[in-house]
Design a protein around this ligand. Structure first.
Ligand SMILES: Nc1nc2c(c(=O)[nH]1)N[C@H]1C(S)=C(S)[C@@H](COP(=O)(O)OP(=O)(O)OC[C@H]3O[C@@H](n4cnc5c(N)ncnc54)[C@H](O)[C@@H]3O)O[C@H]1N2
Ligand code: MOO
Length: 392
């Protein structure tokens, strides 16, 4: 059995960025990273642009100007201004070449074709220069940039419609167990509703991983082995739940061995999630999570999350860990470090009742996990605790 830190390091060391490329429509690129620099096809702004509603002026030595015309947003005419001339102008409109400044209308008095400005104004005032944000041919965003909503808006403003990005991993979720039936079916004695697949599917969707397939196998060695072989051949990441402990019908470990999956580790000194397996077959990463639903989700956030972030080549690969004051008392039994379901708010954290690894009811209320190290057995009110903030 290895420690949590050894297991975390083993995941980090054994997962490399996927770096497979795809061209995608820009609006579908949220969360992806650019695999190439993108040069701007245009100047942005494409012309000298007014930043205010007001008057464009050709400055002279007087506060009074002669109004000779109007330019509104979208117009493509260019009145010619002599020194002392002004044109009415609006936010976003092209500033005529012969105007050298813009005065906002609140500082202008009008009287027919004469206008008077309140005070002197410098050259270039309220004018967004052509190419102020980016110039034609310059790098708009560098290779490796993660495409946020702002980045997608910015590239679209340059007229760009698609981008070369690093692909996200294809993920297979496999559930195992004769006892599992689909929600919606009648519940026979001895059966339970299968919930891990929908839970993990949504954890993946929440992190913007959409290339996910779900597979179900019974507790049957041949079926388990065949299913694992197919999904390992066709995916970047395989997540199995259940069948990884020591029972007579836990076939996952045996099947993975038979398929020559290289075991990186099996069993971590932690609660929940002791029988956690991580291995690799060529470039495919395989996690076998405990079947107990709360243990499976806890392991997903602690380990699979890191693997996903590394595959995407992101800079930040772990969930944020912060310090918070305990609002609860808790006694930890045994010597395994624990991840406890908790509610974090405003630098305070409440440890919830019902920490059993089979219980999702508590997890459903949680937005954080409190990490309790091996050498801590009693948590008192106001103790400073380490909190892992969940992406919920
Ligand atoms: N003799 C021992 N028994 C067990 C040990 C041990 O060390 N020695 N470890 C216990 C711990 S800790 C855990 S965690 C579990 C892990 O067992 P498996 O990963 O093999 O999981 P299963 O036995 O298949 O299932 C456990 C539990 O979870 C339910 N389950 C499974 N899959 C789903 C699903 N998709 N949706 C909802 N619920 C699911 C399953 O019905 C079981 O109740 O082993 C302990 N035993
Ligand atoms: O490792 Mo298990 O998850 O404690 O029930």
């Amino acid at each position: 059995m290895i420690t949590i830190n050894e297991a975390l390091n083993a995941v980090k060391i054994n997962i490399s960025p996927l770096l497979k490329e795809a061209i995608k429509p820009l609006e579908r690129c949220g969360g992806y990273q650019l695999s190439k620099d993108i040069a701007s096809p245009i100047n942005m702004p494409p012309f000298r642009q007014s930043a205010m509603d007001g008057y464009a002026l050709n400055l002279h030595n007087d506060l009074s100007y002669t109004l000779i015309g109007e330019v509104k947003a979208g117009d493509n005419h260019q009145p010619t201004l002599k020194p002392g001339d002004a044109v009415r102008i609006f936010t976003g409109a092209p500033v005529p070449e012969t105007a050298n400044t813009v005065m906002m209308q609140e500082k202008v008095a009008t009287n027919g074709s004469k206008i008077t400005i309140e005070n002197d104004v410098p050259i270039g005032h309220n004018i967004r220069p052509m190419g102020e944000q980016v110039k034609t041919g310059d790098i708009a965003l560098k290779k490796g940039t993660k495409l946020t909503p702002a980045a997608i808006g910015y590239l679209t403003s340059l007229g760009i419609t698609e981008a070369a990005v690093y692909k996200k991993p294809s993920v297979a979720l496999i559930t195992t167990g004769n006892e599992l039936i689909e929600a919606g079916e009648p519940l026979a004695y001895g059966k339970i509703y299968e919930s891990n697949s929908k839970m993990l599917l949504n954890a993946l969707y929440n992190l913007k991983f959409y290339d996910v397939t779900i597979h179900k196998v019974e507790d049957d060695y041949i079926k388990t082995k065949n299913k694992l072989e197919t999904v390992i051949n066709n995916n970047d990441l395989v997540i199995v739940t259940g069948g990884i402990s020591v029972g007579d019908y836990d076939f996952v470990g045996k099947a993975l061995k038979e398929l020559q999956v290289k075991e990186v580790f099996y069993k971590v000194k932690q609660k929940p999630g002791k029988p956690l397996f991580f291995g690799k077959k060529e470039d495919t990463a395989i996690f076998a999570l405990p079947g107990n639903p709360a243990a499976a989700l806890s392991c997903f956030y602690a380990y699979v999350y890191i693997a996903l972030q590394k595959m995407m080549n992101y800079n930040t690969i772990e969930l944020p860990r912060i310090k918070a004051k305990s609002m609860s008392e808790f006694v930890k039994r045994g010597d395994r470090p624990q991840f406890l379901k908790a509610i974090y708010n405003d630098n305070q954290v409440e440890i919830l009742e019902g920490q059993n690894s089979s219980m999702l009811q508590t997890f459903a209320l949680s937005n954080a996990l409190v990490f309790v190290p091996e050498d801590v057995s009693i948590i008192n009110l106001n103790d400073e605790l380490e909190v892992i903030v969940l992406p919920v």
